[in-house]
Design a binder for this molecule. Structure first.
Ligand code: UD1
Ligand code: CA
Length: 447
């Protein structure tokens, strides 16, 4: 993605992110905002989007004592948590970040931690009217079914108020222009508006959207910024979570293709938010990228491969059915074939591990070849040990390399060997039972 250039120029932006929801309909021990989409939490998606939209400070309103939520927040520069002890409504929640609001930002955007699809571009569009003098900007969409949403009331082409469903008259309920919930507020006016919001309504809650009527009453302008209904969708249950996942995957696939990767069957490839593919990468069907994968130019990922925290240099080929686990580093032109698992191991340039192998805690030298079924026995039940295979070494099929062990440069290992001692460079090691041939052995016959 490209960096969003803020239309608001050098104006400072504070994002207040409401993340105190328990999300009971998720039926989960995990707080709703920590449920992952494309390998990172919904909350992290929101924090990344507002930061990309130019927010230098992120005030995240959380349920007190949620260390797991605080940990996600701590991963973002300029982010701070503000506990909301009681859930008394969205305006009350924003005021939990009073200290941040008082610190004098030019613009404020309010985001929801459970509304993860809103892009940085949309946040930038939402704040843009503030630079032109609006006091408040609301994000809104024409709902197919507006039930449950706050309605954006417009008179003579001007926004007058937002009415929550519970408080709306029959006529107001027929309005389809719906509040997405997210809002931008002029920094100098925000606290004054928020502190005047009361709770005399059907829910007895302090409603953030009431800032609209208050701003209008003060003679300020309120802008409506349109958004796609799907983008503004909040996540309340795991069905909606799956829809959000599909949306994010579609965006990631599109980005990958527009950046020069071929996805033969894009709908079968699953990315993480941070998957980085080079130019002329080909990804065959049914490939899954976990977090932390970097793929260099010209690589081919054959079908049914699974990768996480792995780095592929240029011209690497893996799969079909390859599994790259954390710490797999494949150098230029390396080849990992079918049913091969690589973990915490460097496969140097041009090395080949083509069939049915486990390579863990190892270094396989440039141009080396591990035959079918080669296994690094890296674990003694307590500790992990390293295997080093030198450049241009050749390990025969079905060999077990019992770590810690080194096979020197250019050495050969006879197939079926169990290698427990180092093999010096340029030698041949054979570690297996000798074949016995018994002459005159007669085939048993049935009695
Ligand atoms: C809100 C809007 C509504 C809009 C809808 C869009 C209000 C009063 N209404 O309604 O106009 O159409 O979003 O989905 O704002 N939260 C807190 N603390 C609180 C209350 C809420 O952190 O005390 C957080 C929630 O976790 C959630 C967000 O604020 O992330 C929105 O709250 P929610 O109760 O879902 O508002 P809606 O009823 O959906
Ligand atoms: Ca909601």
């Amino acid at each position: 993605m490209t960096t969003t250039s803020s239309p608001a120029g050098a104006r400072s932006l504070l994002a207040v992110v409401l993340a105190a929801g328990k999300g009971t309909r998720m039926r989960s021990d995990l707080p709703k905002v920590l449920h992952p989409i494309a390998g990172r939490s919904m909350l992290a998606h929101v924090l990344a989007a507002v930061a990309k939209a130019g927010a230098g400070r992120l005030a995240v309103v959380v349920e007190p004592g949620r260390d797991d939520v605080a940990e996600v927040v701590a991963g973002f520069p300029g982010a701070e948590t503000f506990p909301q002890a009681e859930r008394l409504g969205t305006a009350h929640a924003v005021l939990a970040a009073r200290a941040a609001l008082a610190s004098g930002a030019d613009d404020v955007v309010v985001a929801f931690g459970d509304t993860p699809l809103v892009t940085a571009e949309t946040y930038a569009r939402l704040r843009a009217p503030l630079a032109e003098g609006a006091a408040v900007a609301v994000l809104a969409f024409e709902a197919r079914d507006p039930a449950g949403y706050g309605r954006v009331l417009v008179e003579d082409g001007r926004v007058t108020a937002i009415r929550e469903e519970k408080d709306a008259s029959a006529a107001e309920r027929r309005v389809t222009l719906s509040n997405a919930g997210l809002m931008a507020l002029s920094g100098p006016l925000a606290l004054g508006l928020l502190e005047r919001i009361g709770n005399a309504n059907a829910a007895g809650e302090y409603y953030l959207p009431d800032a609209v009527a208050l701003a209008v009453a003060d003679g300020h302008r309120v802008a409506v910024v349109p958004v796609d209904e799907a983008e503004a969708q909040g996540i309340n249950d795991r069905v909606q979570l799956s829809v959000a996942e599909a949306t994010v995957q579609a965006r990631l696939r599109r980005n990958a293709m527009l950046s020069g990767a071929t996805l033969v069957a894009p709908e079968t490839v699953f990315f993480s938010h941070d998957t980085a593919l080079g130019r002329d990468v080909v990804v065959e069907p049914h490939v899954v990228f976990g977090p932390g994968v970097v793929v260099g130019d010209g690589c081919t990922i054959h079908a049914f491969s699974h990768l996480e925290k792995a780095t592929l240099a240029e011209g690497v080929q893996i799969g079909p059915y390859a599994r790259l686990r954390p710490g797999a580093v494949l150098e230029r032109g390396a080849r990992i074939g079918n049913f091969v698992e690589v973990k915490n191991a460097a496969i140097r340039a041009g090395a080949k591990v083509n069939h049915l192998s486990y390579v863990g805690d190892a270094e396989i030298g440039a141009g080396a070849n591990l035959g079918a079924g080669t296994i690094t026995c890296n674990y003694d039940g307590v500790n992990k040990h390293r295997t080093v295979v030198g450049a241009s070494a050749f390990v025969g099929s079905n060999s077990a390399l019992v770590a810690p062990v080194t096979v020197g440069d250019g050495a050969f290992v006879g197939s079926g060997s169990v290698i427990t001692d180092d093999v010096p460079p340029g030698t041949l090691a054979i570690g297996r039972g000798r074949q016995v041939v018994k002459a005159g052995w007669a085939k048993p016959t049935k009695r």
